[in-house]
Design a protein around this ligand. Structure first.
Ligand code: B12
Ligand code: SF4
Length: 500
């Protein structure tokens, strides 16, 4: 069978800073290739819809799949499914990934029969699914992980060996298009999967049942050795939770003389607890670090159930500074914020040397927040769920809220984007341009074209919205966990607050 594996378009609000390779769909491609199928990869973050349709028309795939990790991509994928079925009526169209797993029934409803099924959970039994698609599509709804129009198979189980599959990086064309800031070009890699904490705005822990699994260090080192890119984005939600694992990977890198620059994301308490791991990684090439702070007020941190005190957060920032890596953090803006609140955040963010990013508190399906405040949503247009739009009622008039948000983002970005930064990084920029890497330099000038209050406001009036289901609506209720063996719903939502 010919299978076309696709990742949907990037968002204009993230593409300024980064564009990263689609690991999820690369795993699907690898699984299908192993099962003997002919596979192509197409990433719409890099290629256009025109390229997609050209591939359909010229290559005639028997099956097409999309990875949907992001809610804003749901409408795009549904529209592409509809158009695909017009061109290739007998093709098999399926979707998987984080967001698709958590909103499976409603996606099928919106797609009106053009999406054959959603595969929930992790890439595992793709071979079985593709055989069923070739032989007898009526069987599909009986398969594990599958949600189809006419049936739903057993709940997904978690993959026991994360090293059984490695991403089909070699099938990815145009790898030089992936970058994060000045780490241009950059590949991506996964060391661990899942998160043992339970912040109420996040679905990382609900998706993976609050488990935390580690890959084999040798397998990781071999994968790193195969990557040609000089930079690597480590996609773990919280890097180096287990210090022994982090140290063991570092030793492998040192022993094999792998020379790369790395980007990691972690938590304040993990950083402070495992200083020796981060120091070792700094010596090996750790260049960028993102620390999820989320708030600069104790009360707000508590309300997110982050499990870290404000003083520990500030201590972590201070310590990170001494490591000599670029440090970025994020603050979650609440729709209840007024001018004064934005002003206080601007004042704090300007007083620290780190890159400070502002996102908006957004209840995602699969999060506890969705179950508690999801019925108050002011918009259910999937395209607005990118944490740059307010989908809960704002205290200030919406337009005013966006003006304050963009003003804050502009002030903060002046520190890190534009002409001033180009002057400071002139040597690096010139080096990258000489190598034909333009992503970083373009990034420095894209900001104003993208972050714009008028545009954010106008996005709420765009036609063609598919509406997300409210929590509790028959086809939209995701519960909190869906892997087999778990059944946490709104009624039984108390989750143990164990912090590793
Ligand atoms: C790197 C990353 C990004 C990159 C984009 C990378 C890319 N090209 O896809 C950037 C930084 C741009 C990004 C942005 C955002 N992200 Co992000 N991101 C991640 C991160 C850290 C890693 C993704 C990854 O590669 N994982 C490794 C691969 C192997 O896992 P995976 O893709 O999930 O694939 C597994 C399954 O989902 C499944 N699968 C995936 N695709 C398919 C397809 C089929 C057909 C099948 C069968 C199965 C399947 O199988 C895989 C495992 O076997 C994840 C967290 C995480 N650790 O996963 C968050 C995460 C996916 N992001 C998230 C969010 C919220 C966002 C943002 C909205 C906000 C933000 N954090 O900035 C934006 C929106 C971007 C957009 N386009 O809309 C959430 C998603 C929540 C949700 N959907 O409910 C996550 C889970 C983080 C979190 N802690 O909540 N992100
Ligand atoms: S620590 Fe990070 S990944 Fe884990 S639940 Fe909290 S926000 Fe999500």
């Amino acid at each position: 069978m010919k299978l076309l594996c696709c990742h949907p378009s990037g968002l204009r609000y993230t593409e300024i800073y980064l564009r990263l390779e689609p690991l999820g769909v690369e795993l699907v491609a690898q699984a299908a290739r192993r099962a003997g199928h002919e596979v192509r990869l197409l990433d719409l973050q890099v290629f256009s819809h025109h390229d997609y349709f050209k591939t359909l028309d010229q290559w005639h795939p028997d099956a097409v799949c999309f990875s949907v990790n992001y809610l804003p991509n749901i409408p795009e994928v549904i529209d592409l499914a509809k158009e695909t079925k017009k061109r290739l009526p007998y093709s098999f169209f399926f979707v998987g990934g984080h967001s698709a797993s958590l909103t499976a029934q409603e996606i099928l409803e919106h797609a009106q029969g053009t999406i054959d099924c959603i595969v929930r959970g992790e890439v595992d039994q793709i071979g079985l699914l593709l055989s069923a698609a070739m032989d007898d599509r009526r069987r599909i709804g009986l398969l594990p992980c599958v949600v189809a129009q006419d049936g739903e198979g057993p709940a997904p189980h978690m993959v026991d060996d994360l090293d059984r599959l490695t991403p089909a990086h070699d099938l990815l064309p145009k790898t030089r298009k992936y970058f994060i800031g000045s780490l241009d070009p950059s590949a991506s890699i996964e060391f661990t999967r899942g998160c043992p904490w339970n912040c109420n705005f996040c679905s990382a822990w609900t998706f993976y049942n609050r488990t935390y699994r580690k890959r084999n260090v040798e397998a990781i080192a071999e994968e790193l050795e195969r990557l040609e890119e000089p930079n690597v984005f480590i996609v773990d939600d919280v890097a180096f939770i287990d210090p022994q694992h982090g140290l063991a990977i570092a030793r492998q890198i040192e022993r094999r003389r792998i020379r790369k620059q790395f980007y990691v994301e972690t938590r304040s308490d993990v950083l402070l607890r495992n200083k020796e791991v981060f120091e070792y990684w700094k010596r090996l090439g750790l260049a960028y670090m993102f620390i999820g702070m989320e708030a600069i007020e104790e009360e707000a941190l508590k309300s997110f159930r982050k499990g870290v005190s404000l003083s520990r957060s500030f201590e972590a920032l201070e310590y990170a500074r001494t490591l000599g890596v670029v440090v970025a953090t994020n603050i979650i803006a609440d729709p209840s914020w007024d001018e004064e609140h934005f002003r206080r955040v601007r004042e704090w963010a300007l007083s620290v040397p780190e890159i400070v990013n502002i996102s908006i508190n957004t209840p995602y399906p699969g999060t506890e927040n969705f179950l508690t405040v999801g019925d108050k949503l002011s918009s259910r247009d999937y395209r607005l769920f990118d944490i740059q739009h307010a989908v809960l009622p704002t205290k200030m008039p919406l337009k005013r809220f966006y003006e304050e948000l963009v003003k804050t983002q502009q002030v903060l970005n002046m520190k890190h984007l534009g002409m001033g930064v180009l002057k400071e990084t002139a040597g690096l920029a010139a080096k990258l341009l000489l190598k034909g890497q333009t992503n970083f330099v373009r990034m420095l000038f894209k900001f104003n074209g993208v972050f714009n209050a008028e545009r954010l406001f106008a996005d709420h009036q765009r036609p063609g919205a598919y509406e997300m289901h409210f929590p509790g609506a028959p086809a939209g209720a995701p519960g909190l966990m869906f892997f087999s063996g778990a059944g946490v719903t709104k009624a039984s939502m108390t989750v143990a607050q164990t912090v590793p």
